[in-house]
Design a binder for this molecule. Sequence first.
Ligand SMILES: Cc1cc2nc3c(=O)[nH]c(=O)nc-3n(C[C@H](O)[C@H](O)[C@H](O)COP(=O)(O)OP(=O)(O)OC[C@H]3O[C@@H](n4cnc5c(N)ncnc54)[C@H](O)[C@@H]3O)c2cc1C
Length: 499
Amino acid sequence: MEKKFDVLIVGTGLAGLFTALNIDQRLSVAIISKTQIKFSNSSLAQGGIACEYNDNVELHSLHVEDTLKAGAYLNDELAVRFLVNNAYQSVKKLISFGVEFDIDADNRFLVTKEGGHSRNRIFHSGGDATGKNVTNTLIAHLYKRPNITFIENTMAVDLIVENNLVGGCTVLENDLEYYPIYAKKTVLATGGIGSVYGSTTNDLNATGDGIGIAYRANAKISHMEFVQFHPTALYSEKHPSRQRFLISEAMRGEGAYLINVENERFMSKYHELKELAPRDIVSQAIYREMYDTWTDHVYLDTRHLDPKYLEKRFPTIFARCKEEGYILGLDLIPVAPCEHFLCGGIETDIYAKTSLLNLYAVGETANTNVHGANRLASNSLLECLVFASTCAEDIEKTIDKDQWIKPINIKEETKYNYNYKPIRKKIGDYMDEHVGIVRNTEGLKLTLSVVEDIVNNLQKYPNLTQNYYETFNLAITSYLITKQALTRKESIGCHLRIK
Ligand SMILES: Cc1cc2nc3c(=O)[nH]c(=O)nc-3n(C[C@H](O)[C@H](O)[C@H](O)COP(=O)(O)OP(=O)(O)OC[C@H]3O[C@@H](n4cnc5c(N)ncnc54)[C@H](O)[C@@H]3O)c2cc1C
């Protein structure tokens, strides 16, 4: 079996969906998902989308400056300007597709503030259900398009490459059928890497597949050391899980404080913006407080805020905390940092073009270099939107020159049942211990040698199963994070070196 499309998009998060929606309807497009279309990190997003909904140059400059400052000025300023200047049109497009952002009684958008933002500029929908509302609306539109074919439960395994020219992917459908999908243009929109670590806010299907796939095809991958740890993931004693429930930064935007187990509000010791300092600073401060007080959590304090307002503004978070036995506005909520977002990734230009011909990368798997050393809150959904549009624009402009590449020989690899869990656990344990919020040379070197061995061993014993390829991708991703973290000797952004 083989399939052929003009464009193949791998991933049904916001980046993949918005790319598909922006592609000219005369082109045939396949969009594949490892699980079901509706599952992605995008659908989990709570806080919202950063956007100055206007043409005001000064306000755009402030958003640019906030982004550069959060990224420790390691960002590409031109890419940041491009992101910010195109936010208005992107959000307008979402509204034209029917996305309903929250408004007040006078029909004005209700915009909130998050860490590192100098103004209220975060658009949200359904209170804290922005990701779900946006992705569901886009999926409904895509179902109506005859040029779009959704293929679920199908994992992209490897790129089909001939002399640096990409012509689609090999895929594994239902962990069973292995076949090529040929495409003139291929877009990797595979999202994050959360499962590399022991705990994460991500969907656990985030196994760094785009990074592994691109690495095996020799695409350029950069800024992998910049892994963002979200400061306030729920610390759940009742339901301990590797996937941790996120308590949105917007809660601090609405006035919540952080206190340590000794009941002290501590953020003023670390930054003038206190709880609304950029994420790297807040996570590092919490890490320090946990260390100093011998605990593994701090508290989010909302007891000075109105529970009724909190329930209306954050319905999802309110309900989840209630399940744990905590009422927002009355109880302290235990929180601790964990892995949240990869700032780097597959290197692209502002048209989402990678170092390989006819291969694009969009969304969290890409490094457009808008985030630099640390992402400004709510800039990632915006990144998905802006660069999905330019990706579709470039595809449309250039596809007429392209042809499908010559069919390849698909060789059936061995397939056997093997338990990769211990390997995955080992990777997570080393990454948590040595390549987390605080890093030192010795720990990085030790981890590098461990994960390099794992990569080499996996390479020696290929196995045509989803479990194998996910584990291989996790190992490659952890190898790249650790290797690039070792090379970056200074502390900057979310990369903190103590030795
Ligand atoms: C809990 C949470 C809250 C967040 N809140 C916000 C927020 O408020 N604002 C903001 O800007 N950002 C937020 N973020 C970050 C943001 O949601 C993500 O960066 C963004 O959604 C990434 O979108 P994406 O399309 O690149 O990837 P994703 O949405 O993760 O989608 C990836 C897709 O690729 C598929 N896939 C992966 N590998 C393969 C493969 N090998 N083959 C086939 N399919 C594959 C997956 O199944 C999935 O469909 C949040 C993240 C989390 C986890």
